[in-house]
Design a protein around this ligand. Structure first.
Ligand code: GCV
Length: 718
């Protein structure tokens, strides 16, 4: 008896130790650890012993390997491959006639006819994972493995999904020298020096992680592009990456520097109307397709922040895009032309520029051009209203650009779940096609009948062992993939899923992790840019507060340009009495914002210059509301840290410490933001922070004197 007890005791501790084994986060959400619930495990074991793979092809083979790998990790038994359906518990193949007995294959299910779609159905003791094509099968397999990791029942499983957007893409701002612009997770994972011979295992794991969340395209080079990428040796390197991505259903894109015909081709001009220039792009594109037959196309930043473009030759963005589109058309490639442009002359309101420039060109782009628009009109600020081009530009496919990296949202150290921000933007009503014309619906083409649809996310990964530097930033990569697959996804589901996949099923852990992700976005907005403030970060590196920034080479790079604090009040008047940026929105959306009394608080200072003592809907004066929000934001972070501390012993020590150290930094930095900004704005408001509240630790001069010469992610200056 004594021995038996000792034995039990030992087993308990071994289990605990195994469960809490140190973890460096490398495996992301694809951990495939053994199912922890014994009953569920037993049920899975009994029903998932054998698989028949009824298909072929490179991507199908990837799906096959993944399913075996997953099951062999999740279950204790070894899953067998069999050749006939009769012997199989799981059948993996193509949706079609043969499976018409499945309800998900029924004619009335529109999804099962779309590209990249899958169904998963349990029928008479067998589980069917079927795709409309190889990619569909791969996505179905990943979905099924996720279903098992989430320990959901398989008996009556009935899932039918098709991606809502065609192009689900990552944009890497990776430079050929290995640095990453706005990257906070180390250096670029692309080892251009050793490619094409050396294929880092990371490339494969990268492709696998992306495929697992439905990402099917990637642009591996920075939009601040280098024409060297088109030199023959670099094309060989890029082709080697494309070879790695192909079995995972991922297409390679490259960024195109508009002046490449001059720099590489030694031509005198890059004018899109010059026949020699046109010929250069045609030849270069043909060379590319010879090396990469499934090449996706070009992503272009032109005439923006010093990048070359067609306007240098008196040509429009459409003429520039069409030059490349014509070169790509014979091969089925697309041009993704960014709308993030602002002119050389300093404008009255930078927020208006992209709309003014691109609306005039609607209808002038070739069929294989997509215009990529940032979520808001300025530049990935913690909170922005939607970009006015969504729903307004109707004759051109418009795709979304989100930032997954957190240039303006705490960079490498802050835990900020971006999914809530994505959801807020995607669910905003543009009103452009009547009520309920959400951004999500504009993007999926259902309102515009666009054939090309897509979303891009500026990647947040690098050479950090756990890919994203800050462990919780993995949740942003995951959430981005989910939103690109289905822009109507719900953040709450995403948080819970990620929490379970990453940390297991312990209830308190799942609840805490989900709630940290859920609370963190609003908290960050509050301690950085509450009530619609924007662009008040440190100069250049955008790290930390810098509301005092007033001397830059352009006025619209300073903070004072955006917050316009003066003795009267605070905020940018974008109504008819100011820049009238509001008129770029549909009148019904504009109506929500145009009146200072009824404008939702989160956007008040984005659209209005509000007197300091003006009483808001909350009953507070503007000043008091500002103070409250800054304090509340910082306080939420302290609570987040406490909640995490309570998980000690429930999360392995390595990840526990990793997250805790970051939360400690975040707590300190949230207070820094709060104190620096309030002291700065107080100079204008001349109003007090309540005396019994924690007072700023330093004076304003101190905060203004801080410099960060080695901040990561700054644009390299060669
Ligand atoms: C790639 C912002 C960033 C730049 C970035 C630019 C863009 O201005 O600070 O680093 O450049 O956006 O999106 O092109």
């Amino acid at each position: 008896m004594k021995n038996f007890k000792l034995h039990l005791f030992l087993v308990f501790f071994i289990c605990l130790a195994l469960r809490l084994q140190a973890d460096d986060g490398y495996r992301l959400w694809l951990r495939y650890d053994q199912i922890s619930d014994p009953e569920i495990l037993e049920n899975y074991q009994a029903n998932l012993r054998t698989i028949a793979f009824l298909g072929e092809g490179e991507i199908f083979k990837t799906a096959e390997n993944e399913l075996l790998k997953g099951l062999n990790g999740l279950l204790t038994q070894k899953t067998q491959t069999v050749s006939t359906q009769t012997e199989a518990d799981i059948i993996v193949g193509s949706i079609g006639e043969d499976f018409s007995f499945l309800s998900t294959v029924a004619d009335e299910n529109p999804d099962n006819k779309k590209e990249e779609a899958f169904i998963i159905e349990g029928f008479e003791g067998k589980t069917y994972i079927l795709g409309t094509d190889e990619r569909g099968v791969l996505y179905g397999v990943f979905h099924f493995l996720r279903h098992l990791q989430l320990q959901k029942p398989i008996e009556d499983i009935r899932i039918s999904q098709a991606p809502k957007l065609k192009l689900r893409m990552l944009n890497h701002w990776d430079n050929l020298d290995g640095t990453v612009e706005r990257g906070y997770a180390g250096f670029s994972i692309w080892n251009w020096h050793q490619l094409p011979e050396f294929i880092d295992k990371r490339y494969i794991e990268y492709a696998r992680a992306n495929a697992s969340i439905g990402i099917n395209a990637t642009a591996v080079t920075n939009v601040n592009a280098n024409s060297l990428i088109f030199r023959e040796d670099y094309l060989e390197k890029a082709a080697a990456l494309a070879d790695v991505f192909r079995p995972y259903g991922i297409k390679l894109f490259l960024t195109a520097r508009f002046s490449s015909p001059i720099e590489l081709g030694k031509l005198a001009t890059a004018d899109p109307m010059d026949p020699k220039v046109q010929q250069w792009w045609k030849e270069k594109t043909a060379e590319l397709y010879e090396k990469i037959p499934d090449f996706g196309g070009f992503l272009v930043k032109a005439n923006s922040e010093g990048q070359p473009g067609p306007q240098e030759y008196g040509r429009t963005h459409a003429e520039g895009a069409n030059l490349l589109a014509d070169a790509l058309a014979p091969f089925g490639g697309v041009v993704i032309w960014r709308a993030f442009v602002y002119s050389e002359e300093e404008p009255v309101d930078r927020a208006k520029q992209a709309y003014d420039e691109f609306m005039a060109l609607d209808g002038q782009f070739r069929e294989n051009v997509m215009v990529q628009v940032k979520n808001g009109p300025i530049d990935f600020q913690p909170r922005e209203p939607i970009h006015p081009l969504f729903g307004a530009m109707r004759k051109t496919p418009v795709m979304m650009e989100f930032q997954v990296t957190k240039e303006y949202l705490g960079q490498g150290t802050h835990l900020v779940g971006l999914s809530n921000m994505y959801e807020e933007i995607l669910q905003t009503d543009t009103y452009q096609f009547g009520e309920n014309s959400t951004v999500a619906k504009v993007l999926d083409g259902s309102l515009t009948n666009q054939k090309l649809t897509g979303m891009a996310g500026v990647s947040n990964i690098g050479t950090s062992r756990n890919w994203t530097g800050n462990l919780f930033a993995q949740a942003d990569w995951f959430a981005y993939g989910k939103m690109a697959w289905n822009p109507n996804s719900k953040s709450d589901d995403i948080f819970e899923e990620w929490a379970k996949l990453t940390f297991g099923h312990e209830e308190q852990v799942v609840q805490t992790v989900s709630s940290l992700l859920d609370r963190s976005y609003e908290a960050c907005v509050k301690y950085m840019t509450p009530i619609g403030l924007h662009h008040i970060m440190g100069p250049g590196h955008h790290f930390g507060p810098g509301p005092w920034v007033s001397e830059m080479s352009r006025a619209d790079w300073t903070s004072v340009y955006y917050h316009k604090a003066d003795s009267e009040g605070l905020g940018f008047d974008r109504t008819v009495t100011g820049s009238n940026a509001l008129e770029q929105y549909h009148p019904m959306l504009a109506a929500k914002y145009e009146n200072m009394e009824t404008c939702p608080l989160p956007f008040l200072l984005w659209f209005h210059h509000v007197p300091w003592d003006h009483e808001l809907s909350t009953g507070n004066s503007l000043w008091m509301q500002l103070v409250r929000e800054y304090y509340e934001g910082a306080e939420i972070v302290s609570h987040m840290k406490e909640d995490w501390e309570n998980l000690q012993g429930m999360v392995d020590e390595e990840r526990f410490e990793h997250v805790l150290m970051h939360l400690e930094i975040q707590e300190k930095e949230a207070k820094w933001w709060r104190d620096a900004c309030l002291l700065y704005f107080q100079q204008f408001s001349k109003m007090e922070i309540p005396a019994d509240w924690e007072q700023p630790e330093h004076d304003l001069d101190y905060y203004e004197s801080l410099t960060f010469p080695y901040s990561p992610g700054i644009r390299p200056r060669w």
